[in-house]
Unconditional design. Sequence first.
Length: 564
Amino acid sequence: DTEWWRDAVIYQVYPRSFADGNGDGMGDLPGITARLDHLARLGVDAVWLSPFYRSPQKDAGYDVTDYRQIDPLFGTLDDFDAMRARAHELGLRVIVDLVPNHSSDQHAWFQEALAAAPGSPARGRYVFRDGKDADGAQPPNNWQSIFGGPAWTRLAPREDDGPAGPQWYLHLFDSSQPDLNWENPEVRAEFEDVLRFWLDRGVDGFRVDVAHGMVKAEGLPDWGGKVAMVEGRDAADLAEGTGAAGGSNEGPMFDQDGVHEIYRAWHKVLAEYDGDRCLVAEAWVSPMSRLARYVRADEMQQAFNFAFLTTKWDAARIRDVVTESLETMDTVGAPTTWVLSNHDVVRHASRLGLDETADGPMNGIGPRDPQPDAELGLRRARAATLLMLALPGSAYLYQGEELGLPDHTTLPDGVRQDPAFFRTHGEETGRDGCRIPLPWEADRPGMGFGPSERTWLPQPDSYRKLAADQQYGVDGSTFEMYRAALGVRRAERLGRGGLAWIAGYADAKDVVALRVGGVVVLTNLGTTPVALPDGAEVLIASGPLADTPRGTGLPTDTTVWLRA
Ligand code: GLO
């Protein structure tokens, strides 16, 4: 299949929390290899692994010290090769995570820069500047870190400091994650080499972290806006109708024109290899037309469409978001992608269980959140998923959503590890709640996460009944719903189909009704059941159907796939 990524269902593995092979409580590559059968059984096309590179783990591996080595926590290069080989044997493509906006402060380059003099080539690989006033005591500009606090850290004083005293370095994230200087040709060359290193090892693509970052506006001008990846809680943003929040990416640190030159160069590197390799942009930009620029024909193949993360549970909103997503990506001939959960946001089984009148969609990097209604959340999550899996384009699944896992919303502060929690002094809970080790076997210690009872974050009791072994082969389980949907999706080639809206279905404005290929999809977001069309054959439903005076009905918060 050419351009396999156009309709691929891609499963995100978060290596720390997928499966533990050695009993240290931290997931690893051998653990992943041993559980790849789960993905094959589920029926996905590819796996994307969050970073497993050598790292001090200040940001769970998004702080890399060596882009060509595996962190000992996760195993060795041999373990990687074994994982890659097993995945390919099972027909699963492998996408790895590339983190080019910043390295770890433990990276050899940054250590060299610290030891070198201001103005030296070693400092030129990062963004070092003198402070603002005569004595340099003020940061070079007013940028804030996405994880909270200032985006600049000052070095310790040294003998050869100029009159402005010690320099400052830029870090859009944690102070342990210095931003690389993408104006520097050496930085560009190094990353092209890193791409080749992993392409040679047989990877099928790269997910590019903070792909809208890297290049900064010339002169690093002050900026008054709030720096955030995504703001889901602002009613104004929702009303505006864009996926990512207004204000998150209009600043001088994101979405600069110059970044596209980098992707054109990378596109050419990938084209040297056979087998349809791909680049996926993680770019929190809006409006969506800005996102489309990352997937022009000579740039990346895909970009995450985060619109569903901030879409209210409302039929009209969902129709708008789907239409806008498809139309916008169509303008550049790129596939649309769909995402309901990932390692940065509150899982949709929790997000959708919030009071529907609230502004709703939660970002993991957000203020402390109200407790969701678990039952409502799971019902809506299943309905949302079944809708998503029918849509044309490529869909991303985050590990555990196929089990219906909620966030751990009552994690004790003492166990938290996300830098977003520490940098806001606990004002924001951070993203640990969606990163809990997976439950595989209900009756084993650690719910079968690994050979010991250890798990790097505690699992909530509610995970036990959701363990994979409680769902395999069980009619109506969330896992079996996903598996059945992926089977039909593949057989009917829904990902390559065209979408047609069914206008005014049953006169219910609260029903999302559409047709993709030979399948009719209905999602009821209203408060009363609606009758299904006479004689319709039900292929899959996200929950039990209802009896109505007019025959079988689709209950509230339920999606059905029909042959009609
Ligand atoms: C968010 C990433 C994330 C990292 C951040 C810094 O965009 O997926 O988890 O913390 O990008 O690398």
